[in-house]
Design a protein around this ligand. Structure first.
Ligand SMILES: *Cc1c(COP(=O)(O)O)cnc(C)c1O
Length: 372
């Protein structure tokens, strides 16, 4: 967000800045979803709803888990929050106590460690690199678990790397957590954004025990381009769901009433737009992946999900902060330094922008590299 702000500032000053910083799709929210929210407003659906979300949306979310993941949840186990980020925060607050440890593989979505700290817990960062496609190994996880470990955060497909655990890898991570009696917070917000035949399987779906150890975080921001609507939800074992609901009830109360009506339509209405968006994302990903790997001093593993690439820039001799600052100053290209995600040898390139921008931005990146 800081990079985006700096890029905005430069743009306002008349500079032609190419933004690779976007953390949201460049497509509009599908019309049928907007119509449902507009209709709800017109119908006067403008008052408080139950603090944990409308019964209709909790039911629609439960149906989503049944249809997409083969997971059975009672709507009472679903809590709707003000965005997936709020869902993550509520989870940390519900399950962590001071002294607890939260295992977070790096590169991580930058809010996770801060949320753990806000809950009084200690983030334990486990480093991964492009050599394992940024995936935690079961041995690495087993070694890091102590008697203080409360929860492990899993985010596949990943922001910022785009990496996706295979079903076998997901199960292996889940097996360790079940064996050790540790919870998993599985952030599945990019579930539907997959490329190159990648398969997603929720860690909760391998057995009843896996489900009992998992809190799924989901939301509509990414696959429905509803980032500003602020609707996310969790699916959790009932006692944890109740705790999340209680925390929310005493902090924010319900998510926006008519946004929830739009969310029901998103989950239950036509899903055709996702295929169309994926075709665009996939073309851009292929192009950017090819270009990046052709540049001296840059190497990039391919991403199988989300809309990010996470190239290794260590061949430039710079750390990510300096690299991205200079790239913005000298070539007017905004990308997020990997240090923000706990990995200082990389930068995040979002391809949630037009092909024209991607071509132009990568031309400039190439010129920047050649000039070093
Ligand atoms: C975008 C995102 C979310 C949720 O975003 P909201 O806008 O709060 O719904 C959650 N996790 C990750 C990893 C994300 O990138």
């Amino acid at each position: 967000m800081a990079i985006t702000a700096k890029a905005k500032e430069l743009r306002a000053a008349g500079e032609d800045v190419i933004g690779f910083g976007a953390g949201e799709p460049d497509f509009d929210t599908p019309q049928h979803i907007k119509d449902a929210a507009a209709q709800a407003l017109a119908d006067g659906f403008t008052k408080y709803t139950p603090a944990s979300g409308t019964p209709e949306l909790r039911q629609a979310a439960a149906e989503k888990f049944a249809a997409d993941n083969g997971l059975e949840y009672d709507p009472a186990q679903i809590i709707v929050s003000c965005g997936g980020k709020h869902s993550c925060y509520n989870v940390m607050m519900a399950v962590c106590q001071p002294g607890d440890e939260v295992i977070i593989p790096a590169p991580f979505w930058l809010s996770y460690p801060e949320m753990a700290k806000l809950a009084g817990a200690t983030p334990v960062i486990l480093e991964t690199t492009d050599e394992t496609e940024f995936k935690l190994t079961p041995d690495q996880l087993r070694e890091a678990i102590t008697d203080k470990t409360r929860v492990v955060i899993l985010n596949s497909p990943s922001n910022p790397t785009g990496s996706v655990y295979t079903p076998d890898e997901t199960k292996a991570i889940g097996d360790v957590c079940v064996e050790k009696g540790v919870l998993i917070m599985s952030d599945e917000i990019y579930e539907k954004l997959l490329y190159g035949g990648a398969e997603f399987k929720s860690v909760a779906s391998f057995s009843a025990e896996h489900q009992a150890h998992t809190i799924i975080v989901h939301g509509l921001a990414k696959a429905y381009s509803m980032t500003g609507w602020r609707i996310g939800f969790t699916a959790a074992p009932l006692p944890i769901a109740k705790a999340i609901g209680a925390i929310q009830s005493h902090s924010t109360s319900n998510p926006t009433s008519f946004a929830q009506s739009g969310a029901v339509q998103a989950l239950r209405g036509p899903q055709d737009h996702i295929g169309e968006w994926l075709a665009h994302f996939s073309k851009r990903r292929d192009y950017a992946y090819g270009r990046l790997n052709a540049m001296d001093g840059i190497s990039c593993v391919n991403a199988l999900g989300a809309f990010y690439l996470f190239p290794n820039i260590s061949g430039s001799g710079m750390k990510s902060g300096e690299f991205c600052e200079r790239l913005l100053a000298e070539q007017k290209v905004a990308a997020v330094p990997g240090v923000a995600f706990g990995s200082d040898d990389y930068m995040r390139i979002s391809y949630a922008t037009s092909m024209e921008n991607i071509e132009k931005g990568l031309d400039r990146l190439e010129a920047f590299i050649k000039g070093l």
